[in-house]
Design a protein around this ligand. Structure first.
Ligand SMILES: [Fe+2]
Length: 241
């Protein structure tokens, strides 16, 4: 689902500027080189993720304290829609501790992709996260939420029409990481390249393999405000970054 220009460019520019100016912005390692602010779950134990979430949520609260925060607006709309079905949306939690409310990240250009082909589903099955509530989404749809804050030279979203099965993931050694899928393994599967513009809010099934194209001149970054969500039972959607 794609909401073109779902958030104003000025609002996105403000959040983006706060991200680049923040002393809390960190560099991510070789598995996904780029910058980020917020906690992420990939290949991490639940306790560590929740520790990091606790530290960063107040920083995110301050950074996203802006009139019409697009993530807050999105969740309010989702909450209204779910309420009609008798369901709620809230952050994933464990022992009273809550998941990071968002992840800001920026992928600089480079190589075939700024972010390699991957799925967002496999990491939910990571045994290190076995005691975390979000594991309840395993076997249900994992939904990726992205809000594009800037996209200088138009790196597109690549989206393959394939949800790899457990046997394929195991053969490729990607059962709990879901990344990176070798391009050869994706041969023959339909691919869509979707233009992403500042202000776009888009949600998609994260079980499909997807990637971020590099920017045209390898210097401009695509920066997004992101989260994941999914039903853990028939009445509860949990979010996490
Ligand atoms: Fe992803």
């Amino acid at each position: 689902m794609w909401f073109s220009g779902g958030s104003s460019r000025s609002r996105c520019a403000e959040i983006s500027a706060r991200f680049w100016n923040s002393p809390h912005r960190l560099t991510r390692g070789a598995e996904a080189p780029g910058y980020y602010l917020g906690a992420y779950t990939w290949h991490k134990a639940a306790a560590q993720y929740l520790d990091e979430s606790e530290q960063v949520n107040s920083i995110l609260d301050e950074l996203l304290d802006i009139e019409g925060d697009p993530m807050k607006v999105f969740y309010a709309g989702l909450s209204d829609a779910l309420a009609k079905e008798g369901a709620i949306v809230r952050p994933a939690e464990q022992d009273g501790r809550v998941a990071s409310r968002a992840l800001l990240r920026s992928w600089p250009g480079g190589g075939d992709f700024a972010l390699n082909p991957h799925d967002d589903d496999s990491q939910c099955a990571d045994p290190q996260m076995a005691d975390f509530e979000r594991r309840g989404v395993v076997g249900r749809s994992v939904v990726a939420l992205n809000i594009c804050l800037e996209n200088g030279m138009a790196g597109r979203l690549a989206y393959w029409n394939i949800q790899p099965d457990a046997e394929s993931k195991s053969r490729l050694g990607l059962s709990i990481t879901g990344s990176p899928y070798p391009l050869a393994s994706l041969d023959g599967h339909e691919t869509k390249f979707i233009e992403v513009n500042t202000g776009d809010i888009y949600v998609f099934n994260g079980a499909h393999v997807h990637a971020v194209e590099p920017s045209a001149d390898n210097t401009h970054a695509r920066t997004t405000l992101a989260a994941m969500m999914g039903f853990i039972d028939d009445h509860t959607v949990v979010t996490r970054s």
